[in-house]
Design a protein around this ligand. Structure first.
Ligand SMILES: Nc1ncnc2c1ncn2[C@@H]1O[C@H](COP(=O)(O)OP(=O)(O)OP(=O)(O)O)[C@@H](O)[C@H]1O
Ligand SMILES: [Mg+2]
Length: 354
């Protein structure tokens, strides 16, 4: 596979010189004439190497370099800075911006080829990207296998046990009618049996819903989350203010179920551990991230990762990590708690039509 090199220089003659020096060496050469264009192309091309001029109008090479390093999938791409400035101060600035190496102008063809070859031959960056992608795919498969299993269990419980218990409830009612009179000892025993069976039935139904939230089968994520909040308020009395950005994209199944679980656990924690009267839930997009924020005005807690007591928070952190997300908790005694689940947006994007 050919290595892709992105050449970034505002001067057409400088770009042409570099291209002519590298031509015929088996590289795929692409060029950009300013920082903005370079960022756009880099995202799209995922080049194996970027040759970056420093002195460019609007966005200089250092700034481009810094911005590239903030884009997760480009954070490791090798960047060779091309500069006429041989001052140590500039070198330091380049290193701080995240450059890997420097070439001083005027550039000699031999030196350029030697450096480029070393970097592209090692191809450390490409290997890293592939490994990361493989790991991610494996993690996704694990999570979706778990969800499939939950779905299967949920169906079995519903169709099998649920139906059997419904029959049992009917039979008990029939027995009451056919063999006993109201207020007799047998009638009361059958009544108690009916009540207990009903309770088991309700528990199983709750389990079925928990295993595979039916809302996610029919509604989009924001509506499913909102409807969960409404039900939660209804059954617990906790006031929840729900907000979601307009025109959210459709998220993958894994993203949906993960964020749904985060909401379930967080709201349950609020009820279990705080005396909060109010809670705020927000689903929003910021730059290339999707955030689900759950805030309460309860008593707060010292969140010490090493001393997690239950498995709830640990569980949602693991779920998020598996799909490349993060969990942030900001809480301190008597200050309430803000929990943010963050996922990378680009991995989730599909259109509403799909
Ligand atoms: N919103 C919150 N406000 C105050 N304390 C909280 C909040 N969320 C979590 N906690 C504290 O963090 C601890 C860990 O929460 P976690 O959800 O991991 O476990 P749990 O709720 O105790 O048990 P479970 O395993 O059933 O979830 C809780 O025991 C509680 O002390
Ligand atoms: Mg919990």
């Amino acid at each position: 596979m050919k290595s892709t090199i992105l050449i970034v220089d505002d001067e057409p003659s400088a770009r042409e010189t570099l291209i002519s020096m590298l031509e015929g060496q088996g590289y795929l050469l692409k060029s950009a004439s300013n920082g903005k264009e370079a960022l756009k192309m880099a995202r799209h091309l995922l080049p194996d190497l970027i040759l970056l001029d420093v002195m460019m109008p609007e966005m200089d090479g250092f700034e481009v370099c810094k911005r590239i390093r903030t884009i997760p999938k480009l954070a490791e791409v090798p960047i060779l800075i091309l500069t006429a400035l041989n001052e140590p101060m500039w070198l330091v600035q380049g290193i701080e911006a995240g450059a890997d190496d420097f070439l001083t102008k005027p550039i000699s063809r031999q030196e350029l080829l030697a450096r480029v070859q070393t970097i592209t031959r090692l191809n450390r960056y490409r290997t890293l990207l592939t490994q990361r992608e493989d790991l991610r795919n494996m993690a996704m498969q694990v999570v979706s296998a778990q969800e499939d299993e939950r779905k299967r269990l949920s169906r079995e419980l519903h169709d099998d046990l649920g139906q059997a218990l419904t029959m049992q409830l009917l039979t008990l009612r029939n027995l009451q009618g056919a063999f006993s009179t109201p207020n007799s000892a047998l009638y009361d025993r059958l009544e108690k049996l009916h009540k207990d069976t009903k309770e088991i039935y309700t528990n199983i139904h709750r389990l079925v819903k928990d295993l595979r939230p039916p809302a996610l089968e029919t509604l989009n994520l924001e509506t499913a989350l909102q409807s969960y909040c409404t039900e939660f308020t209804h059954s617990t009395g906790l006031e929840i203010i729900f907000e979601a950005d307009n025109d959210l994209p459709v998220f993958s199944d894994i993203y949906q179920i993960t964020l749904y679980r985060v909401l379930q656990e967080s709201l349950t924690n609020i009820i279990k551990h705080t005396q909060a009267k109010k809670s705020w839930v927000e689903l929003s997009i910021e730059k290339d991230k999707i955030n689900l924020t759950i805030q309460d005005n309860g008593k707060g807690f010292e969140y010490d990762q090493t001393q997690e007591k239950g498995i709830g928070l640990k569980g949602i952190k693991e779920r998020l990590t598996l799909i490349g997300g993060k969990l942030y908790i900001n809480s301190s005694e008597n200050q309430g708690t803000i929990l943010v689940a963050e996922l990378l947006l680009e991995e989730t994007l599909t259109t509403r039509e799909n």
